[in-house]
Ligand binder design. Structure first.
Ligand code: TTP
Length: 240
């Protein structure tokens, strides 16, 4: 039980199928259950590629990934999906109702579970303000949600399954600092392991571990205070 939410990368190298260049090069780390990990790095550094290996969208080319102490190769996809909440960089919303969008991937979700998750993701009030509330159709040409609203809806969808591991791949970038902070405070109560790709210093500061990624490698690792002391690069990011 105490391994629920643990994530380990063991000498992981990765190239996308059919590609010759490695986008991840010998990545190793161990995250304990309940830790918050902030992932920073420039465009194309490999942040999304690292995170895609956790819900097994791809398998590592070399090395191994462990979730809850188990090699992902030995974990059934259905089991894995129950443990992991993943919001990709581009929110995946379809033209159904808000309710249908929230319940996607967890069809037995109750309305009260949806509302609780939506409250935590700071989107409940936006939804109740819509014409038909949770039954409002998000038709392609219907309700136009803002980028931040789409992100919050995606976060709510991920929270409904009460994941052991939550992966937010740049899924709070369109939120203002105050809203993001409220969302993260609410996520704290889930006691899940959190991976969050961010460019915000305020988010990095909350993390138990910050990973700076460049060219497919972890180039710096530590807390905000540690990296402020030891990393010129991190200080540059912090002051920029
Ligand atoms: P990413 O892993 O997408 O890098 P990133 O997440 O750090 O970048 P961003 O902040 O812009 O999201 O990309 C690493 C390399 O892998 C990059 O050269 C593009 C390539 N790549 C693919 O070939 N196929 C893919 O599906 C993805 C996601 C990336």
């Amino acid at each position: 039980e105490q391994l629920k939410g643990a994530v380990t990368f063991e000498h992981v190298s990765f190239r996308y199928p059919g590609m010759s260049t490695y986008v991840l090069k010998d990545i190793s780390f161990h995250i304990r259950p309940g830790e918050t990990v902030a992932i920073l790095g420039s465009t194309g550094a490999g942040k999304s590629s690292i995170l895609q290996l956790i819900p097994r969208l791809y398998d590592p080319t070399e090395g191994a990934v462990y979730v809850d102490g188990m090699n992902l190769k030995d974990v059934k996809m259905d089991d894995l999906r129950k443990r992991i909440g993943f919001t990709p960089q581009e929110s995946i919303l379809f033209s159904g109702t808000v309710e249908e969008n929230l319940a996607w991937g967890k069809s037995d979700a109750t309305l009260s579970e949806m509302k609780a998750a939506a409250q935590d993701a700071q989107i409940h009030e936006t939804i109740t303000d819509l014409k038909d509330g949770y039954e409002t159709k998000l038709g392609q040409k219907g309700i136009n949600l803002s980028g931040g609203q789409k992100q919050r809806l995606s976060v709510a969808r991920a929270l409904i399954r009460k994941p052991n591991i939550l992966i937010l791949d740049d899924s709070t970038s369109a939120l203002d600092l105050q809203t993001e902070s409220k969302v993260l405070d609410a996520i704290d109560k889930y006691k899940c392991t959190l991976f969050i790709v961010t460019q915000k210093l305020s988010t990095a500061k909350r993390a138990d571990k910050i990973m700076l990624i460049d060219d497919g490698k972890i180039i710096e690792e530590g807390t905000h205070d540690q990296l402020m002391n030891t990393s010129t690069l991190y200080r540059e990011i912090a002051y920029s």
